[in-house]
Ligand binder design. Sequence first.
Ligand SMILES: [Zn+2]
Ligand SMILES: [Zn+2]
Ligand SMILES: [Zn+2]
Ligand SMILES: [Zn+2]
Ligand SMILES: [Zn+2]
Ligand SMILES: [Zn+2]
Ligand SMILES: [Zn+2]
Ligand SMILES: [Zn+2]
Length: 499
Amino acid sequence: MDVVGEFQKGEIDGKPCLIYQNVIKPQIHSPNSSDEKHLIQNPLPIQNMTKVAIDSGDNLPPPPLFICPSLRFKLTITIEAKLLDDGGPTPDVDGKLRISHLLGDNMMYGHDILPLFWCNNKEADPKNDCSICNTRKVGTCYYFCVECDQRYHKECVESPLEINYPSHVKHSLQLYNVKTFEHCILSTKKAEVLLYYCALCDIYMHVLCAQAKIPFLIDQPKKHDHTLTLFPRQASLTCNVCGLVDKLHLTYVCRSICDFVAHIDCIHNPQTIRISRHFHGVSFTSSLPSGKWCCGICRREIDSDYGAYSCNVCKDYAVHTRCALRKDIWDGIELEGVPEDKDVELPFYRIADGIILHFSHGCHMKFETNGVYKENEFCQACVLPINEENFYVCVKCDFILHEKCADAPRKKVHPLHPHPIEQKVVHENHEFECAACMRKSSGFGYVCTINGCDYELDAVCASASEPFNYQVHPHPLFLALDPKKRQYATFASQQEFKR
Ligand SMILES: [Zn+2]
Ligand SMILES: [Zn+2]
Ligand SMILES: [Zn+2]
Ligand SMILES: [Zn+2]
Ligand SMILES: [Zn+2]
Ligand SMILES: [Zn+2]
Ligand SMILES: [Zn+2]
Ligand SMILES: [Zn+2]
């Protein structure tokens, strides 16, 4: 039985929308086939079939049962290995799943079929992630596999090998087991493992996003005064929020006379956010004051007629909507109504002229100017020698800091990480590895302030900021946006230079 995911018109809570359904693919029979009358003319929704089967006795096929998604992965590998053994053409082992989600289709393999129990809990399970897609908590409707001792989303278990998506009518999308991070075009979030993929367009969708209902009408007064209506086909219209023409995103239009167009994810953009590339918060604006604007992230021009994020403090800082919302730039937290954090904790108190008390050291430190290179004296923060530069030295012991290292802020934002980072002086085992240059350091670090995020930079990498002026290159350098090229190429070179 071939099953395909499709959308059909329906209503949820009295609101019209497109609803996802798994349907049986119409069989293609030859015209003189004898069983022509059994041909399924219209796709039959599986959910309805299940209901009929339960309601009216034993005459209809039994309700479908599903197999564990982990087993689908394993069986796919087995099939690929067998094709190779048989000496047939090398299968393209690209992660495309070959195993249906239905139990009936997979009995022939003689593998253990893992029992899955349908859990319909009243309260969402707050702790458990789906073990196959790693994207969201399993919520209230999930399956539990006894054999694997794992929970899985309903959508992840019941995902057919193929779906048709309304904003992507030319090709169907296939189910893949993907090992790298990709971006889901429906949520712009990172996606991995179980995904729908169109190889012709090179686009990915989370299994959950691909099966979510699509409303016909959306009211979002923060973006537009009138109700927005789903544009029923792939649209080459410029989105007022992000300024891009992106046919692959679901597009909504204003049916009043006001020429407003927005992608579904753009309609729900956050209003105020913090980004890793700028010290202040930035807020969404539907247009910028006219003039020439350069995006603070990608350095390309911003069309001031379309939406962008602009700084709440600086008059001249703005970024493209989609640049601001990148996963490696924005921490995912909306800050609307949250006042800007203005308490700046100072790194030291000035006790007297030239005498400070630094937060990292209990004794007073004295300011000194240095005319010579001191080979055996190293700054406690950056672990680099005290060169011909100013420094603070402890009046009682040999604790020493460069002037610029003593001045370094306790807390900062850094272009390499979406969350704020703060100084950490004491480390377990007296050392740590810098996440940017991968070197071990025994000096001060900057650790991420978010619980559970283990990101830490050494003092040198943390001091790098944009733009970086490298003396042997005539132009200022900016951080590359491709994460693969990024960390080593730009900031590591700075450290080499300083040593
Ligand atoms: Zn899942
Ligand atoms: Zn396509
Ligand atoms: Zn948009
Ligand atoms: Zn940009
Ligand atoms: Zn600013
Ligand atoms: Zn230093
Ligand atoms: Zn480093
Ligand atoms: Zn972090």
